[in-house]
Ligand binder design. Structure first.
Ligand code: KIV
Length: 280
């Protein structure tokens, strides 16, 4: 990070802003990950430019089958936790399904709630054809918005599955149009999910705001992954995820060891016992 970055009152570097993120277009790739809790945000923050409180929280932490059931209250609670745990990264909170589609005034009210109650700097909306007008309404009224095109998880009920988008020329043109519309409406960055490399390249070359790819190849201006996927918390990982750890395996091993130790009375031992008697 540059030595000229502004500092907060305690001397720590100030949080990145949407302008810092926007300036990275075509430059050093943006490092982005999802975060839902304060301790995880604390661990990710030093290495990340942007932390997304994604509505994937519904599937990752709450065991929901998709993101449709996620509520505004859940997003606010997790947004507050991530803000408490982070100091440097820009924090963006997902607007959940149903909180912004009914109309721009409803979207504005809900987005303002998110920003006021969490302290996060921006919201993200999945940018289907009807949403560009809402993005324009929000951004003109001081709500920073990140768009999300391509595979849109909140559209799973309409689309029938989580499948990559832009396989046909018509579908690719549709994704391209949605990306253009989101940027023209004032989105400061656009997540591009689950599209083939040529389409990601075209979107990245066309938009003058950064594209943040997930399953959209290395051509994007930044990358984002669901943190629990890249840490190996699930048995199955999508094709576009690289596993950087096997936390599920490590946790299973640690818990099995603990269980054996308790059953064999090897835990707690003398070091973990207050005023242990000599015989312990
Ligand atoms: O909800 C989420 O985690 C997301 C990312 C996959 C971009 O939208």
């Amino acid at each position: 990070m540059s030595a000229q970055r502004p500092q907060s009152s305690d001397g720590a570097p100030a949080r990145l802003t949407i302008r810092d993120i926007a300036r990275r277009k075509g430059r050093e790739p943006l490092v982005c990950l999802t975060a839902y809790t304060a301790p995880m945000a604390q661990m990710l923050d030093p290495a990340c430019d942007l932390l997304l409180v994604g509505d994937s929280v519904g599937m990752v932490l709450h065991g929901l089958p998709n993101t449709v059931g996620v509520t505004l209250e859940m997003m606010i609670l997790h947004g507050q936790a991530v803000m408490r745990g982070s100091r440097r990264a820009l924090v963006v909170v997902d607007m959940p399904f149903g909180s912004y589609e009914a109309g721009k005034e409803v979207a504005f009210g809900n987005a303002v709630r998110v920003l006021k109650e969490t302290g996060a700097q921006a919201v993200k909306v999945e940018s289907g054809p009807a949403v560009a007008e809402t993005i324009a309404y929000l951004t003109r009224r001081g709500v920073p918005v990140m768009g999300h095109v391509g595979l849109r998880p909140q559209a799973v009920l309409a689309d029938g599955s989580f499948r990559a988008r832009g396989r046909t020329p018509e579908e690719a043109a549709c994704v391209m149009a949605e990306a253009r519309a989101a940027a023209a409406a004032g989105a400061f960055a656009v997540v591009v999910e689950g599209v083939a490399e040529p389409l990601a390249r075209e979107i990245t070359a066309t938009l003058d705001v950064p594209t943040i790819g997930i399953g959209a190849s290395a051509v994007c201006d930044g990358q984002i992954l669901v943190t629990d996927d890249m840490l190996g918390m699930f048995d199955w990982t999508p094709k576009f995820v690289r596993r950087y750890a096997d936390l599920k395996g490590e946790i299973a091993q640690a818990v099995a060891q603990y269980s054996q130790d308790v059953r064999a009375r090897r835990f707690p031992g003398v070091p973990e016992t207050y005023f242990a008697s000599a015989k312990a």
